[in-house]
Ligand binder design. Structure first.
Ligand code: NBG
Length: 853
């Protein structure tokens, strides 16, 4: 950031102004002193070395003796010890990348759902065992320290977790990447239940200190907002535009280590935190209006205050746009000023960076780069556009029309007037291209315009991203096809080569190796440990599916995982899981399209059949259903559904008639940490969205890789999971996407299904009778009548097929050997879903980067 005094043309004397030059100098700039190149932090190769270092950190960083230290002290000291070990590698990674001048991936994402850091850092540095033994010598159980960490929940769900998996894979694959995002002071809310209703608590993840971040206030970046634009003629007589902003804030970078798995590479995640600029502050403060100065500070800090707890629907308009521009402006500035050489020619920018736009949230980066090149760097428009459109690619993560962001031109013009002008010009030139390609087809041109006129004038961010990006990708095969055919058909017709699919993936390090140590051991004993970084090697497990000894060991691992989950849920939620049940799990955000209500109707139906004497309780397959789901605070139907699930759970769990046969558990606050315990314990994975609605899903991949069988629709990545594991090892049900489209076209009447299916009718009637609401028959009207009258996501239409599939589940589960065989084959055949493979796809087809070793 230029110093304020310098901006006014009066540089401060060197010894009075702190340096704002925060470039990283290469070794040539450092005087050759032996200490200058010594690695930081001596790696604790032995248990003794570890203990020494740990106690040193405890004493010097925390300022306590072991005998007086709290668990938090110990956790922080352990974190420091691991960081020290990784530090030399981090610095070395930076040096090598700069020296190689290699192309970097700039992953721009408003969300990173990281999960806890400690376990991952220990695993990546191979310190887990040394640390465990060292701490034991100090009388400390490492599990207690791991439990102390509050996970940074800087994302809502799949999109943010995907970003976290991707940066893990890139680090493990030695590919230079900087993850750019926002350091929200409050991440995704902490969910609690009061009388069965969701209540949101703030997520105070920073309260006890955050040992994994490295703030760099000296490298802060100024971000402007508001004001107006002016035309002027520069010294060479060229007409130019200048943005005269109305206000600004500072972005302070916080760096996080992203360690690769056992490869010595540590990439960087850089998250930005907003604070008031001095100018902003001081002016007001000097005028004596202290309250106003505080307000200014608060106003600025609001920008990175809280993650919008939305999943798939944009809201909180203005602040959200501020957040988006804030973080991409910081990130672009940071990359250009700090990652490139001082004399770097920005015409070559595409050789050094590819920015991946993770959904539409960072798309304002496109006009921002244009602004930098044209207004600040003197590029002419065509030159700048040529560079810009080589620097971005866009990933779309949805098919819900309401989730595609449109910013009103009113708001954009007020907040970012220069960017709006740039967008208009991009659109003008783009439409000229369209009109040339399709002469006389004005309707098509209007349909493709980045600017829409309805319901108000707005900028369609997905269109802007599509026009600017080198590639546009969906996140599973079906999704990419629907994206091209239904969401952006005119664009895919104009630029067929732009549209590609990259199926999502998950990191096997966190979600198999770390989360499922027993299964990992079993796999490694059978086929060696190479699968952790080469997941397709799980194929070698196939023959073991036929081996009863192996199957027995596989079941023992599952049983151990269930026990571990049981212990956790008892202490965490006071929930007891019965022994020997089929563990049936549905965890994901609460959304109508995901159809938690369909799962609920299945449960109510099982219960109703026992209650009405149609079947005996002993005939039920003993089953525990576990839900985990947060609802966006403003999403009433989702919250009402949570209320109903809790009410059904309370009634069923208290009714002796199904005791020991059917149980419903809904632990609050589902997050990455809970997923790591839940997924390995599951037998059955519920992936039951309406076909054509779930872009991909990534939970589905985690379950299959951990040996759960899937009951699912032909939606998102389920399609590919089923194709890979085979129909015999997957419980498919429901309409396929074309049938959904057909039913929609012909007119969907949910009540007809209620009338014609007695089992469905009985289940809904039981809810309507007040059985789950202490006799109040109207308590859950909103959910039930929404299903009966509207049912946008056709739960009733798929009910019968779902019940059939659940019966197939029960039949298979009764045959233990066959079930285990299918479970093992699920593991063996889903190596494709490693995020390493996703990253290879992005690298080969979009980024064209290479590893730096
Ligand atoms: C989500 C989709 C999921 C998908 C993840 C990651 C958004 C907007 N989209 O199906 O709903 O798995 O993105 O791609 O959160």
């Amino acid at each position: 950031m230029p110093d304020l005094a310098q901006q006014n043309g009066q540089p401060l004397p060197a010894d009075e102004s702190p340096s704002t030059d925060h470039r990283v100098y290469g070794p040539s700039a450092i005087p050759t002193h032996p200490l200058a190149t010594a690695p930081v932090g001596s790696p604790p190769h032995s248990v003794d070395g570890f203990v020494k270092e740990f106690l040193h950190e405890l004493n010097t960083n925390q300022g306590v003796a072991l005998s007086r230290s709290s668990i938090n002290d110990q956790y922080l000291a352990l974190a420091s010890t691991v960081k020290n070990y990784l530090m030399a590698r981090w610095l070395e990674t930076g040096r090598k990348t700069r020296e190689a001048k290699a192309k970097t991936v700039g992953y721009l994402s408003a969300e990173y759902l990281l999960g806890r850091q400690l376990g991952n850092a220990l695993m990546a540095s191979d310190l887990a065992e040394i640390a465990r033994r060292g701490l034991e010598l100090c009388g400390i159980d490492i599990a207690t320290l791991r439990a102390q960490e509050v996970e940074p929940g800087l994302g809502n769900g799949g999109l943010g977790r995907l970003a976290a998996c991707f940066i893990d894979s890139l680090a493990t694959m030695d590919v230079p990447c900087i993850g750019y995002g926002i350091r929200y002071e409050y991440g995704i809310f902490r969910q609690t239940f009061i009388d069965g209703r969701q209540v949101e608590q703030p997520d105070t993840w920073l309260a006890l200190g955050s040992p994994w971040e490295f703030p760099h206030p000296e490298a802060s970046v100024e971000v402007n907002f508001g004001g107006h634009t002016e035309r002027y003629t520069d010294a060479d007589g060229v007409e130019k535009t200048r943005w005269v902003p109305g206000w600004n804030v500072l972005g302070v970078p916080y760096n996080y280590m992203v360690p690769g798995y056992l490869n010595g590479r540590v990439n960087t995640l850089r998250l930005w935190s907003a604070t008031a600029t001095k100018a902003f502050d001081l002016q007001i403060f000097n005028s004596g209006d202290y309250a106003q100065a505080v307000r200014a500070q608060t106003f600025a800090e609001n920008i990175s205050k809280v993650l919008y707890p939305e999943d798939s629907t944009p809201q909180g308009k203005e602040l959200r746009l501020q957040q988006q521009y804030f973080f991409v402006a910081c990130s672009l500035r940071d990359f250009i000023d700090n990652e490139l050489e001082a004399d770097f020619d920005l015409h070559q920018l595409p050789e050094r960076i590819h920015f991946q736009l993770n959904d539409t949230h960072p798309v304002i980066a496109v006009p921002e780069l244009m602004r930098i090149l044209v207004d600040e760097r003197g590029f002419d428009w065509d030159e700048a556009w040529d560079v810009t459109k080589q620097c971005f690619a866009y990933t779309c993560h949805t098919l819900l029309p309401e989730a595609l962001e449109v910013w009103s031109t009113d708001l954009l013009g007020r907040l970012l007037p220069r960017h709006l002008e740039i967008i208009y010009r991009i659109n003008e030139e783009f439409l000229a291209e369209v009109r040339e390609a399709y002469p006389g087809d004005e309707l098509r041109a209007r349909g493709m315009s980045i600017i829409t006129e309805y319901p108000e004038r707005g900028v369609r961010m997905a269109f802007l991203a599509t026009v600017a990006g080198t590639k546009v990708n969906g996140v599973a095969a079906l999704h990419s096809q629907l994206l091209a055919d239904k969401v952006l058909p005119d664009f895919s017709e104009l630029w067929p080569d732009k549209f590609i699919n990259v199926t999502n993936g998950v990191t096997p390090r966190r979600f198999v190796k770390m989360a499922n140590p027993k299964l990992s051991e079993l796999i490694s004993d059978a086929i060696g440990s190479g699968w952790v970084t080469d997941l397709e090697r799980l194929k070698e497990l196939e023959p073991y599916a036929e081996d009863e000894d192996f199957r027995q060991q596989f079941r023992e691992a599952k049983a151990w995982n269930k026990q571990r989950l049981t212990q956790l849920l008892v202490t965490r939620d006071g929930i007891e899981l019965p022994d020997g049940h089929l563990l049936d799990v549905m965890v994901k955000r609460l959304h109508e399209y995901k159809r938690q209500s369909l799962k609920l109707l299945h449960i109510v139906s099982l219960y109703e059949q026992v209650l009405s004497g149609k079947i005996k309780a002993e005939e039920l397959t003993p089953r525990t259903v576990v839900f985990g789901a947060k609802a966006a605070p403003g999403y009433k139907m989702a919250k009402d559904t949570i209320h109903l699930i809790n009410a059904v759970a309370a009634t069923i769990n208290a009714d002796p008639i199904v005791e020991g046969r059917l149980k419903v558990a809904f632990p609050a606050n589902y997050n990455v940490t809970l997923a790591e315990k839940l997924v390995p314990a599951a037998d059955l994975s519920e992936q039951i969205s309406l076909a054509g609605m779930e872009a991909s899903g990534t939970g589905n991949m985690k379950f299959a890789l951990n040996g759960a069988l899937t009951i699912g629709t032909d939606d998102g990545a389920n399609v590919e999971i089923r194709q890979l594991v085979g129909d015999k090892h997957f419980f498919l049900f429901g309409m396929a996407e074309p049938e959904v489209a057909e039913l929609n076209a012909k007119g969907y009447h949910p009540a007809a299904y209620y009338e014609s299916n007695p089992q469905l009718k009985a289940a809904l009637d039981l809810i309507l009778s007040g059985h789950f609401s202490e006799g109040d028959p109207h308590l859950f009207d909103s959910v039930v009548y929404n299903l009966l009258q509207q049912d946008r996501f056709m739960a009733l239409a798929d009910f019968e097929s779902y019940i059939d599939a659940q019966q197939r589940v029960e039949a298979k589960y009764a045959d233990t050997a066959q079930w285990t065989r299918s479970a093992i084959l699920n593991v063996a055949r889903t190596g494709f879903f490693s995020s390493d493979r996703s990253m290879r796809d992005y690298i080969k087809r979009i980024w064209h980067t290479r590893p730096v070793l």
